[in-house]
Design a protein around this ligand. Structure first.
Ligand SMILES: *Cc1c(COP(=O)(O)O)cnc(C)c1O
Length: 507
């Protein structure tokens, strides 16, 4: 037990920060230069043996704690290594680490202005600035939520409460169960390739998973607007009430962008809320290419027509997890409190700068400050350059795969930053020609072998009837076409060579 009068926080922190500084900079350097593998992977039983997970009665002080920090670094995934291509986020960056430190030092809560005045204004300004990029107009703004799924949930609740405010007090009582209701079963429309958080949000709200209509996609994975309208009309004919359309800007697996402008016309016609889930793709708004005349210009075309937009800076912009926001053109962050509060007079009693009034939670992390500081550091142009570089590398990598024997692209072109492909082992190519579904097992087997080596971390996925393929995410600003991506293709070829008998595996 430490005596209160002997507490010297500043001195203790000073000593620990110096120790920490050396440890983390070495760790980052080794990851960045691929000296340290992406992961020194242990399954749970093995991990219990090498890391001390016991919780002591007597504190072990800096020495004991630093041993634990050391083994945490040793057995965790080093996302600074650009060969971590498994998920939609990559390593953080130096200003990201510094901003997390600032948040921890201040230990602030952005629910009310007087507890976090600076962070509150940063949140208001950075959501306004993002709103301007998406052309949401002068009343745009938003709030940060603990992740893209939470932002999507806040969008669905806000839409429902704005369109059908009686539900706030009376609960959800649709026709035909309640013949006098002004709504039937509420329906959500989203593409079959959209993120599962939409389904989760609907479940949480008691709408039921069966009331999410999955709209088919075209060959490029984009929502088919003709099918959307057809399905909506069918639903209305049955007495149901479509109220929410989710368009995805950058789907999780294939990176497709739904056509927002055309979807918005359908939303208007049938009085639906238009939400754009740009959790993943949203970062691309920083690229000038989205304001040019190329294919990239179509990605956010019509974004000004959205009622809400989710965007996760923790994915494409390298801001540390979590960092996600829900933007809106309608009255900025005040929309959420207006829609979700039961007190119509909240505005006159509450402080409009108390951001917590609008979110589902109470206390909130000042995640906005992380984006704000990162934007200050890199500028809009720095973010744009990061995206452009990634887009170029994804294109070049796609071209390499197209020409390389035994590799086959899932789609002939890359729509975004996910490069999706199969490896067809030459020894069994003729079997695969007859039965393409074998590719799922081939991919899984090769994937296991590549990830076991520890120097790469990649993912695989199936999508709607298409057998599992490799999905390589190009995001880290340090990923190198030759040193990382071509080496990965070699690693896949080596994994194939190391397999003695494919036939046994495929049986
Ligand atoms: C990642 C992602 C989400 C979920 O974001 P979390 O922060 O992981 O909750 C939602 N939608 C899309 C399209 C995504 O890519």
């Amino acid at each position: 037990m430490v005596a209160i009068d002997s507490i010297n926080n500043a001195g203790e922190l000073d000593i620990m920060l110096s120790r920490m500084q050396e440890m983390v900079t070495n760790y980052i350097r080794e990851g960045e230069h691929r000296i340290r593998p992406v992961v020194n992977f242990r399954n749970p039983n093995e991990l219990y043996k090498v890391v001390d997970f016991s919780l002591p009665d007597a504190g072990s002080g800096a020495d004991g704690t630093f041993d634990l920090i050391k083994s945490t670094l040793e057995y965790s995934v080093n996302s600074w290594n650009p060969r971590f291509m498994d998920k939609l986020y990559a390593g953080a960056n130096p200003i990201g680490v510094i901003s997390e430190l600032l948040l921890a030092v201040l230990n602030s809560n952005t629910h009310v202005y007087h507890c976090s005045p600076v962070f509150t204004l940063m949140e208001i300004e950075v959501t306004k600035a993002m709103g301007r990029l998406f052309n949401l107009g002068t009343n745009a703004g938003g709030l940060f939520c603990p992740g893209g799924s939470a932002s999507n949930l806040l969008a669905i609740v806000t839409a429902r409460n704005t369109l059908y405010p009686s539900i706030k007090k009376e609960g959800y009582l649709p026709r035909p169960f309640n013949p006098t209701a002004d709504y039937g079963k509420l329906k959500i429309f989203t593409s079959s390739h959209s993120h599962y958080s939409i389904d989760k949000g609907a479940q949480l709200m008691g709408l039921g998973a069966d009331n999410i209509v999955k709209v088919p996609v075209d060959n490029n994975g984009r929502m088919r607007v003709d099918e959307l309208e057809r399905l909506m009309c069918g639903s209305i004919e049955k007495g149901e009430t479509p109220f929410f359309i989710n368009a995805t800007a950058g789907t999780t697996v294939l990176g497709a962008f739904d056509p927002i402008r055309r979807i918005s016309a359908v939303a208007k016609k049938y009085n639906c809320w238009l939400h754009v889930d740009a959790s993943w793709g949203g970062g691309a708004i920083f690229s000038n290419r989205t304001r040019s005349s190329g294919i990239e210009a179509s990605w956010f075309d019509g974004s000004e027509l959205a009622d809400t937009i989710t965007f996760n800076p923790h994915k494409l912009l390298g801001v540390p997890l979590q960092c996600s926001m829900l933007l809106t053109p309608h009255n900025g962050h005040l929309l959420y409190a207006q829609a979700n509060s039961l007190q119509a007079d909240y505005l006159f009693h509450g402080n409009p700068y108390d951001l917590g009034a609008g979110t589902i939670g109470c206390g909130r992390r000042p995640d906005a400050a992380k984006l704000f500081l990162s934007w200050k550091f890199y500028g809009k142009e720095g973010f744009g350059a990061r995206i452009d570089r990634a887009l170029d590398i994804a294109q070049q990598f796609t071209d390499i795969i197209r020409c390389r024997p035994n590799f086959r692209l899932v789609k002939n072109s890359t729509s975004f930053l996910q490069v999706c492909f199969w490896f067809v082992p030459p020894r069994i190519a003729s079997f695969i020609e007859k039965d393409g579904s074998l590719l799922a097992n081939v991919t899984k087997e090769l994937h296991k072998k590549v990830n076991q080596r520890g120097d790469f971390m990649i993912d695989h996925a199936p999508v709607e009837g298409i057998p599992d393929f490799f999905r390589i995410v190009i995001n880290a600003p340090t990923v190198d076409l030759h040193d990382d991506l071509e080496k990965l293709l070699e690693a896949i070829e080596e994994a194939d060579s190391s397999i003695e008998e494919w036939n046994e595996i495929l049986q």
